[in-house]
Design a protein around this ligand. Sequence first.
Ligand code: F6P
Length: 319
Amino acid sequence: MPLAIICSGGDAPGMNPAIKKFVDYVYERGETPYFIYNGLEGMIDGEIALAKHKDVAGILHRGGALIRSSRSRRFYEYEYRKKAYENLGKHGITGLVVLGGDGSFRAMERLSKEFPLNFVGVPTTIDNDIYGTDTCIGVDTALNAIRDALDRIRDTASTFSRAFVVEVMGRECGYLAAVSAITSGAEICLIPEADFNWSVAKEHLKREIKDGRSYILSIVSEGTKKTEELARWLEKEIGMETRITVLGHIQRGGTPTVNDRMLAFEFTVRAVDHLLRSSESNRVMVVENGRYGMKEIEEVVQNRYSIDPDLLGMLNRLD
Ligand code: F6P
C-alpha cells in the first residue's frame, strides 16, 4: 500500500527523526513510502516522490525537515484541495501521515471529508497547544533551546545588575514560558492563561532588592503582547535598568533532543500501523500520562488545549 508523509505548518525539531522512521518502517512492513514535499502547497502542485532509504540517511540529528513545510492559503479553496487529492491518486496514495499542528489537522479533516482519504495526524509543534496530548514533537527541543538562552542571559544579568525580559514563542499558549520560568528560576512569568498581579509582584521584588537581589529574570509568552509593558514597568516601578531579548526562531531550530526523537519514533510507528490496519480515517496520535493513544480528529480540533493546573500552581510559587 503506498503511504505518504507530509510536514505542514511551522517546522519543529523532531520532524526529521519522524521522516526517517516513516521511510524505514514502511519498508520494514513491506509497503511503499512517499514524500510530499513543501507541505500542502507541494500537495497541490504534485511535488510527490518515492522515498528511498538513502534519502533519509544521516538526517536523524538534524533540525528542520528534509521534505520542507509550508502554510497554504490555496488549500482553503475546494479547487486546490481537489487538485491535491488528484495528485495523491496519481501515486495510488490513500494513507497519509501528517506532521503538524491543529491548523494542519483541520485542513486534512476537510480534505478527508470531501475525498476518500485516511490520515493520521502527528502532533508536531513547539507551542504544545494541541488538545488531548500532553506533549508534541519539538516541544522538548524548544524548551532546551530556551533553557540554554536563559542560562546565558542570567550570566550577564547577574554580572551587570540588570533586569531582563525574555520573550518566548508559543502563540496563544503559555506552556513554553511557564515551564521555562519554573526550570530556570525566573522571578516573573507572564502567560496568556493567567493574570499577573503587578502590585503583589512589585512589593515582593522591592523587598527582595532591599535584601540584596541585584538582578531579575522574567519570561513573557509572546501571546500576552506584554513584553514592552513589562520592561517599562521594571524600569519605572522597580527601578532596574532593563533589557529585552526576543528569542524568536532560535527556538524552532537545532538538534532534536532524545525525548523528541523517541516521541517521533513512537508516534510515527503507531501512525503507520494504524494506516495499514484500519480504514478508520481522521485520527490524531496523542500521549497522555505516558500512554500512547489516538483521538478522533473532531475531538482534537473542536476542543481547546488548556494548560495543566499543576503547572500554573508551580508558576504561582515563583520567587
Ligand atoms: O507555531 C510555531 C510558531 O513558531 C509560533 O510559536 C510562532 O508564533 C509562529 O510559529 C511564528 O510563525 P512564523 O515562523 O511564520 O514567523
